[in-house]
Design a protein around this ligand. Structure first.
Ligand SMILES: [Zn+2]
Ligand SMILES: [Zn+2]
Length: 338
């Protein structure tokens, strides 16, 4: 079965129209026709081989919204049906029999885990994934904006689950871009008190309209110092190194500093900023199928929609340049037009 896609044939090059033979559909897999696919910074990192280990031709794309068009023999009777709308995120397969998988923590599968991109991702007319990672879209969730929930959204939702965030929690979000703006919308829906840390003054009104209770200039040391001891959780979504100390000092007792941004430079954490106040530093990647289902249900029920701008998939190289230039208006979504 031939599948049309846009592939990087070597690191850092413009994507090219590329047709690949996907072979027979594996028993456990479903095939999904792509309607929309979000653009994530990790797509650029994989295309450019920033993390090492990318193999080419590489078909990126891991914020997919589409419809099930085929099901393998063992993917039948698993709650999915032909024509059903599903979302596919960072992961496409997990072994389903290791301790992590058995306990519902499939994202930390110790064996046989495959990412959507390594499996050939969503910059394509169709793609495949294990049925478990094809997340049903709940009734009422807009397929045109839901894509970014599958990677950006789950990445910021998971720390809220890990740290038991509730309506009484005070949470700070550093970096209000593709991930951070979804964090604000989710936290607002959950009823938590949300502080946005942003270096872009011009975004303040938009960020407040998204649901933040206040916006603090992340480049203003005095404003940061005034927040000492206030936050149960601070999530950092930025991929650059900042002066982290004011943020550690801004944690309330038992507060957590949690990074989801892939900062390459090590964190400089003075021991006393952890010891005094019982603070912790944590991190996480993406989520498991159960967590993805929870997020999509929450988004459908409380109208969480990422702020997106659209490009036709045939203009994918323009869309990638737009993202590379830092011009994305929160999140770019590609609309399939094969
Ligand atoms: Zn496993
Ligand atoms: Zn991503």
């Amino acid at each position: 079965m031939k599948i049309k896609s846009y592939a990087a044939l070597e690191a850092g090059k413009a994507l090219e129209l590329f047709e690949y033979d996907a072979g027979d559909l594996a028993a456990e897999d479903v095939e999904v026709e792509v309607d929309y696919c979000g653009l994530c910074h990790s797509d650029l990192s994989m295309i450019d081989n920033e993390w090492g280990g990318s193999t080419y031709p590489l078909v990126a794309g891991h914020e997919v919204i589409g419809r099930v068009v085929a099901m393998g023999s063992s993917a039948q009777n698993k709650g999915l049906s032909l024509g059903q709308r599903v979302g596919i995120g960072w992961s496409a397969k997990s072994c389903q029999h290791c301790d992590s998988c058995i306990s519902g923590d499939q994202v930390n599968c110790s064996a046989g885990k495959v990412t959507t991109i390594n499996n050939h991702g969503g910059f394509a007319e169709r793609l495949r994934a294990n049925w478990q990672w094809a997340i049903p879209l709940p009734e009422g969730l807009d397929p045109a904006t839901a894509g970014p929930l599958l990677c950006g959204g789950i990445t910021v939702f998971k720390p809220l689950l890990m740290h038991n965030i509730s309506a009484t929690s005070r949470v700070g979000v550093i970096g209000i871009g593709g991930l951070g703006h979804i964090a604000i919308k989710i936290l607002r829906a959950m009823g938590a008190e949300v502080t946005a840390f942003s270096s872009t003054a011009g975004k303040t009104d938009t960020i407040l309209a998204m649901g933040a209770d206040r916006v603090v200039n992340s480049r203003d040391p005095q404003a940061l110092a005034a927040l000492a001891g206030q936050f149960d959780l601070i999530i950092s979504t930025v991929a650059v190194s900042l002066d982290w100390l004011p943020y550690f000092n801004a944690l309330a007792p038992q507060g957590k500093f949690h990074t989801v941004g892939a900062v390459m430079k090590p964190f400089d954490v003075p021991a006393f900023s952890l010891i005094v106040g019982d603070h912790s530093v944590a991190g996480s990647s993406t989520g498991s199928p159960g967590q993805l289902r929870s997020l999509l249900k929450l988004a459908a029920r409380t109208d969480i929609a990422p702020t997106v701008e659209y490009f036709p998939m045939s203009k994918i190289n323009d869309a990638l340049d737009h993202l590379r230039a830092g011009k994305a208006h929160y999140r770019v979504v590609l609309k399939a037009d094969f």
